[in-house]
Design a protein around this ligand. Structure first.
Ligand SMILES: [Zn+2]
Length: 488
């Protein structure tokens, strides 16, 4: 078989010469309602796919070796999740059912970067990737010999360090900050997607340390993707100020949970920073509960005031129980994921509907069927509940928040993202087809892994990962998404 690029070039040449010989495509997506937020296209179209790419978007029917009838379905660019902690085959297969085609962990990130990408080769149904992570890098610097990789799917080394590990809680010496600068720069050189920070998880990091490391991001013209030092608008102001000072681009993760009751103030702050010329973006997930690991520094003493919750607001998914002081202490020593009921629905809705706020799942790995429903239902929940039922935002606006906005966030330093998140000749054939009248999430806090319905077909790089409503179990078309290091 001719290489895709070559075949596309041949096609382009034929088109230039006005040759009318009919082309047979590898796959035709026939007669769907193509919705492409990048161009505001909303029309019945036929897509011709060759290899991993879209070759043509046509008003006329096309002939293909294989055809999927998309009549009555919306055909959208595949959803790009900037905040996917579940970087495993199984977690990605659940996300595929929710229409996700690219799952990136920009917050926690990985360190070392290259070996983590290597460990993912051949395992990914979806396009995957991670930032160079400050928190795993910090563990590596403070605990020589401890290589975390991707902490969310491999928390073992962190748990093994016991409560209050230095890598989370101690301030860094000037030498250690210099080491972090070097490690994170190396992470960018190895393809890490910008720098990821979870400052609330590494409270030992001083403002000066964060400033020095944001400066690394600024030097290489990549954003810092940040979970802030604490909850509420003040810690968001801290990172906006630091980013402004050193000239870094900034993406504040999950503005809904990070802001709690200050959500309107946070949105106003980020809007005014953008209006002042800063490159600042944010994202939200459509649930009123958060999820994180109980042994993490987020639950250091003082957590009730920070999170504005108490023991009874924390659920231990493995048993479904709500915590008490006693079980909190026991499970914190043991380590594991918890679900924290902490947000008001009205603020979640505000965040989702706000112009420019992207949708990202913050999905955490599923363990024995337990976890948080956002890892399975985020995108269908937006389309079914918030667009169709609540009419909180238009379908096109919702799709923009899942496709072109995250693609554009990465494009400047991840060139291939200019070919994702849109439906156009030359774009990768990452496509999500759904029934706008029936698409819905099914995952709940009791059954978080229930997959979404109303999304019958999902293609990643031209290969089906979901077809006729069924997961294609063996499909592994996902590719590593890497940055191109830009030297100062
Ligand atoms: Zn977070």
């Amino acid at each position: 078989m001719m290489r895709t690029a070559t075949r596309l070039a041949v096609l382009a040449a034929l088109a230039l010469h006005g040759c009318t010989k009919p082309v047979t495509y590898d796959l035709v997506v026939a007669g769907g309602r193509v919705m492409d937020p990048a161009t505001s296209t909303d029309a019945v179209r036929h897509l011709g796919i060759i290899g991993d790419s879209i070759a043509i978007v046509s008003a006329e029917p096309l002939a293909g070796r294989d055809t999927v009838d998309a009549t009555g379905l919306v055909v959208a660019p595949g959803f790009i999740d900037l905040h996917a902690h579940g970087q495993t085959t199984g977690d990605m297969q659940v996300q595929a059912r929710d229409g996700v085609t690219t799952a990136l962990d920009m917050e926690a990130g990985a360190s070392p970067v290259a070996s983590w990408y290597q460990s993912m080769e051949g395992k990914a149904p979806l396009n995957f990737g991670a930032s160079a992570g400050h928190r795993p890098a910090r563990f590596g610097v403070f605990h020589p010999g401890v290589a975390i990789g991707h902490g969310s799917t491999n928390p073992g080394p962190i748990v093994a360090l016991g409560p209050q590990p230095a890598g989370a809680n101690q301030p860094a010496t000037p030498e250690q900050i210099a080491q972090l600068e070097a490690v994170l720069t190396q992470g960018l050189a190895e393809g890490g997607l910008g720098l990821g920070f979870g400052i609330n998880y590494s409270p030992g990091a001083t403002r000066e340390e964060i400033e020095r490391l944001f400066a690394v991001a600024a030097r290489h013209r990549v954003p810092a993707f940040v979970h802030t030092r604490a909850f509420g608008v003040a810690p968001i102001r801290e990172v906006v100020e630091i980013a402004a000072k050193v000239g870094a681009s900034l993406h504040v993760v999950h503005v809904n949970s990070s802001s709690l009751g200050d959500l309107p103030l946070s949105l106003a702050l980020l809007d005014s920073a953008r209006a002042a010329g800063m490159d600042v973006t944010t994202e939200a997930y459509p649930y009123t509960a958060g999820s994180t690991r109980l042994e993490s520094a987020m639950f250091n003493p003082g957590w009730q005031a920070n999170l504005q919750v108490d023991y009874g607001d924390i659920a231990w998914p493995l048993t479904g129980e709500r915590l008490t002081a006693t079980t909190f202490a026991k499970y914190r020593r043991q380590g594991g994921w918890v679900v924290i009921h902490m947000m008001k629905e009205e603020n979640v809705e505000r965040a989702i509907a706000h112009p420019g706020v992207m949708i990202a799942s913050d999905g955490v790995p599923f363990i024995n069927g337990t976890g948080h429903p956002r890892g399975a239902g985020t995108y269908a929940r937006i389309l079914g509940h918030y667009v169709r039922e609540r009419q909180l935002l238009s379908l096109m606006d919702a799709l923009a928040k899942m496709t072109i906005l995250p693609a554009r966030r990465l494009e400047s330093f991840v060139p291939e993202m200019a070919r994702r998140g849109r439906i156009a000749p030359g774009a990768f054939a990452d496509l999500t087809m759904f029934d706008a009248a029936t698409v819905r999430d099914r995952s709940t806090f009791m059954e978080p892994m229930l997959t979404s319905t109303g999304i019958p077909h999902v293609l990643v790089n031209g290969t089906f990962v979901v077809r006729n409503g069924e997961l294609v179990e063996s499909a592994r078309p996902g590719r590593p998404v890497r940055s191109t290091l830009r030297t100062p």
